[in-house]
Design a protein around this ligand. Structure first.
Ligand SMILES: Cc1ncc(COP(=O)(O)O)c(C=O)c1O
Length: 345
């Protein structure tokens, strides 16, 4: 099966297994895992940030990111399509006692015009706004990248109001490649960034929260409290490090393949998509002939798995384990879909 359901479905390559097998390990809760220490130094350096803490998942990275900036009864401004809002089980209310303030952005991107009016005054009865949380790229937005100018304006707005800026950078690697942005430019504009090694980079697990020394000191404590202290996690650090070194550059290929699929989808009378909206490795398109269910079943019968994304929308996501041949198969599946019930399974 050609698996376009997500970029989280990749399996370690031989080179990655080898790196994991040979990884030196130690007890990371004591700060003694050499591979993890090196990874935290390497990745925080890539973003020009002071330090980082390795966590098991992007969800934990985001939630600790919110925890370090907030007190219970604070509010976090966020786009209404954000992963933190939709797909982290309302963890912010459970872990940090905070409220999220979802705002309608453009394909997952909010700007100052949208955020400014949502920043509250400090009356006793107001929730206190503490954080603006951005997602780059935006998953539900269709892999959209934050324009750096928009980020800069939002950064200045947060400074003006004494707010923290957290970025869910699960796919920041894709954004950097697609826009030609140096990772340090993102680092300079954020108080915390959560980056994932297990999306397009292809590591089996692991994320990292980046920030200044104070924030990361606090974050290490919350990681332990949440059960994210993993002891000899050096083999995961080795996979993540290998992924950064060997797979970061491959993301451009994923973006090209996504664009090709988007163009084929655009040519079909059965689907609706603006291929210009496909900036990275995620392709969202609506089914306008037949149904989402029917189209997914058709793709499935051709050996291509995609996922339903609500409102007759389908998501296809590219990763380095989708070959050129796989892409051709997916293109063929798109081109041969007719939307007529009887010709489809
Ligand atoms: C944008 C975004 N942020 C965070 C996450 C959470 O990552 P994890 O599944 O590692 O918790 C995901 C997962 O797909 C995501 O797409």
């Amino acid at each position: 099966m050609i698996d376009l359901r997500s970029d989280t479905v990749t399996c370690p390559t031989d080179g990655m297994w080898d790196a994991m097998y040979k990884a030196p390990v130690g007890d990371d809760v004591f700060g003694e895992d050499p591979g993890l220490n090196a990874l935290e130094k390497k990745v925080s350096g890539m973003f020009g940030m002071e330090n980082g803490v390795f966590v098991p998942s992007g969800t934990m990275g985001n939630q600790i990111g919110l925890k370090v900036h907030t007190q219970p009864a604070d509010e976090v401004i966020i786009d209404e399509n954000a992963h933190i809002y939709h797909s982290e089980g309302a963890a912010g209310s459970l872990i940090s006692g905070i409220q999220l303030r979802p705002l309608p952005g453009n394909r997952g991107v909010v700007n100052c015009d949208i955020v400014r009016p949502a920043i509250r005054t400090r009356n006793d009865w107001d929730p206190h706004t503490r954080v603006v949380a951005l997602e780059n790229t935006s998953n539900k937005g269709g892999g959209t990248c934050y324009p750096l100018e928009v980020m800069k304006e939002l950064f200045l707005l947060t400074r003006e109001h004494g707010l923290a800026l957290h970025m869910d950078g699960a796919r920041i690697w894709n954004a950097a490649v697609a826009t030609g942005t140096d990772l340090r430019e993102y680092g300079a504009l954020c108080d915390t960034i959560s980056v994932c090694f297990s999306k397009g980079l292809g590591a089996p697990a692991g994320s990292m929260l980046l920030g200044n020394e104070d924030v990361i000191k606090k974050a290490r404590r919350f990681r332990k409290i949440l059960g994210g202290g993993m002891r000899q996690a050096g083999m995961l650090a080795a996979a993540a490090s290998y992924a950064v070194d060997h797979h970061f550059d491959k993301l451009e290929e994923d973006h090209k393949k996504a664009k090709k699929l988007a163009e084929a989808v655009a040519e079909s009378p059965c689907f609706d998509i603006d291929p210009d909206h496909v900036e990275t490795n995620i392709v969202l398109f609506r089914v306008i002939r037949g149904s989402e269910e029917q189209a997914l079943a058709w793709f499935d019968s051709k050996g291509v798995a995609m996922i339903p994304f609500g409102d007759e929308t389908i998501r296809a996501t590219f990763h380095f384990q989708v070959s050129d041949r796989d892409l051709d198969t997916a293109l063929d599946a798109v081109k041969t879909y007719t939307g007529e019930e009887k010709s489809h399974p």
